[in-house]
Design a protein around this ligand. Structure first.
Ligand SMILES: [Zn+2]
Length: 265
């Protein structure tokens, strides 16, 4: 039973038994794993606050042959995001990053790019606050890393560049269509079960910037909130389609937004 040492990000943890924790984490080398931290809920636990949401840690664990769960032996905190939980909205953002990562990755699927993306997004939330542009960047890159991204440049049918008007997409699909090529049956609001979503030029441009440059550059342009939301929504729909379920935290985020706009009105 060899002891492994690695870097990891804590995705989630749940109480288990009397004083233990069941921890889902993204190991930088070996992908998404789940393990048991014995006594982690006891007073003076040696795990301290290392097992909090998105904690970036050094971890030592034992893999047990034929067992899905590893036994977590020791953790050291490299970077904590616990302080961000003081801001409700930032806390929701972190939970969404975690839920997406956990949902799209298979067990033990090597995922170093997703590891770096997750850390980058969490740090950006610390620096910039919970900005919709960060979520847009994270969601689009997760879709791209999964290999599910469509073109934000040109129509999937006729190949014409999106230069004016809207692009159209059936929620959950990655293919964007121009005004002309969007499915005829969807033009009428009756009779067709499929609702097409419109994506504005502003949103497409935010998406292209995110995919062609750094997150820093994406944020520097001070991108529009509604444009960021539109392109996030496109990417999150694709992720939900692949996960075959709705993201729970996304619903919380949307509820908190509509709560805010009700207050303003
Ligand atoms: Zn077209």
């Amino acid at each position: 039973m060899p002891l492994k040492e690695s870097e990891a990000i804590v995705l989630r943890s749940f109480p288990l038994g009397e004083g233990d924790r069941l921890v889902s984490f993204l190991d930088r080398q070996f992908g998404k794993l789940r393990g048991v931290a014995r006594g982690a809920r006891m007073p003076k636990s040696r795990f301290g606050s290392t097992l909090e949401l998105l904690s970036y840690i050094r971890i030592w664990y034992f893999e047990r042959e034929g067992r899905e769960l590893v036994r977590i032996n020791q953790c050291e905190l490299i970077e904590s995001f616990l302080d961000l939980q003081n801001d409700y909205q930032a806390g929701i953002y972190l939970a969404l990053l975690s839920e997406i990562t956990e949902g799209v990755l298979g067990e033990r699927e090597v995922a170093d790019p997703q590891f770096r993306l997750l850390l980058l997004a969490a740090r950006a939330i610390r620096t910039n606050g919970p900005s919709p542009a960060i979520l847009a960047y994270f969601a689009l890159w997760t879709v791209r890393l999964g290999g599910w991204l469509g073109s934000l440049e040109r129509c999937a049918q006729c190949g014409k560049p999106f230069e004016q008007g809207f692009a159209y997409v059936s929620p959950g699909s990655s293919e964007l269509f121009c005004e002309k090529c969007r499915e005829p049956e969807s033009r009428s609001s009756f009779g067709s079960g499929r609702r097409l979503e419109q994506i504005s030029q502003v949103a497409l441009s935010i998406g292209r910037t995110a995919l062609s440059g750094t997150l820093e550059r994406s944020l520097k342009n001070n991108p529009s909130l509604s444009g960021s939301d539109e392109i996030s929504s496109y990417a999150l729909n694709i992720l939900e389609q692949h996960m075959e379920r709705k993201l729970t935290v996304r619903q919380m985020l949307e509820a908190s937004k509509s709560g805010e706009s009700n207050l303003k009105n």
